[in-house]
Design a protein around this ligand. Structure first.
Ligand SMILES: C[S@@+](CC[C@H](N)C(=O)[O-])C[C@H]1O[C@@H](n2cnc3c(N)ncnc32)[C@H](O)[C@@H]1O
Length: 228
């Protein structure tokens, strides 16, 4: 039985789209051994223990989808350790495959719902956290499922180093408003004044963002600094 059945929440997104080929299954197995992070039995003392060596700083990306952004940043920032969380198996497989192909040593993957792990991660440990295009749950009766609400902002603020930044993007106008309102209720976070249409430095367009562009939707990019 998945661990989430013991928890007060359920994951509502898709777990997988395709049945992996035999080679895909092998990569999932080998990738799990090399790159996956399990739910620890004790709170993690530090993030360095997840990797084979310590890094200068650490970045978390939640819901990396196909991993385009995570892989791009990881290959361009070899002195930063990247932890990506994604509950969608097809995306996890793609990231394992690329990590092997590019021999990335600075990526670790939590192949499940980040809420199973985040209470066990060390506070004040990430200099950047990305949540790019979280599931929009546009129907009124599903709005409560949106990930980025005040309790999540409070948790992510706790995980950021002082001076660190939480980067959020969405193509859903009312979700962008909600993100800003709900983050404002967390005193440790301060929204940076910036043009919301300008992407973050070093950003590359994700697969979901490309789909949004094709559908005629405009993305908004918000940055929240951990101030205390
Ligand atoms: C709309 S997609 C966007 C994917 C990617 N960021 C992009 O821009 O292409 C949202 C992703 O977040 C993942 N996700 C949603 N909630 C999550 C959670 N609590 N933990 C880990 N992944 C999550 C979903 O599985 C899905 O792949």
């Amino acid at each position: 039985m998945p661990a989430e059945h013991h928890l007060p929440f359920r994951f509502y997104g898709r777990r997988k789209a395709r049945t992996p080929t035999p080679l895909g299954l092998k990569t999932l197995e080998e990738g799990r051994e090399v790159f996956a992070v399990d739910v620890p039995t004790q709170p993690l003392p530090n993030l360095a223990s997840l990797f084979s060596k310590p890094f200068d700083q650490y970045t978390l990306e939640i819901g990396f989808g196909g991993g385009e952004h995570l892989l791009h940043r990881a290959s361009n920032n070899p002195t930063t350790g990247f932890l990506g969380a994604e509950a969608f198996q097809d995306g996890v497989l793609r990231v394992y495959r690329e990590c092997f192909a590019q021999q990335l040593k600075n990526v670790r993957v939590f192949p499940d719902d980040i809420r199973l792990l985040w209470d066990l991660l060390p506070p004040a440990s990430f200099s950047s956290i990305y949540v790019l295009f979280p599931d929009p749950w546009p129907k009124k009766r599903h709005l409560w499922r949106r990930l980025l609400q005040t309790p999540t902002f409070a948790k992510l603020a706790e995980l950021l180093t002082v001076g660190g930044t939480l980067y959020c993007a969405t193509d859903i106008p009312d979700y962008a408003e909600q993100m800003q309102t709900e983050a404002a209720a967390v005193s440790a976070l301060q929204q940076k004044q910036k043009d919301l249409l300008t992407p973050f430095a070093g950003y590359i367009t994700t697969k979901y963002h490309q789909k949004a562009i094709r559908a005629g939707r405009t993305a908004q990019f918000m940055e929240f600094e951990k101030v205390a």
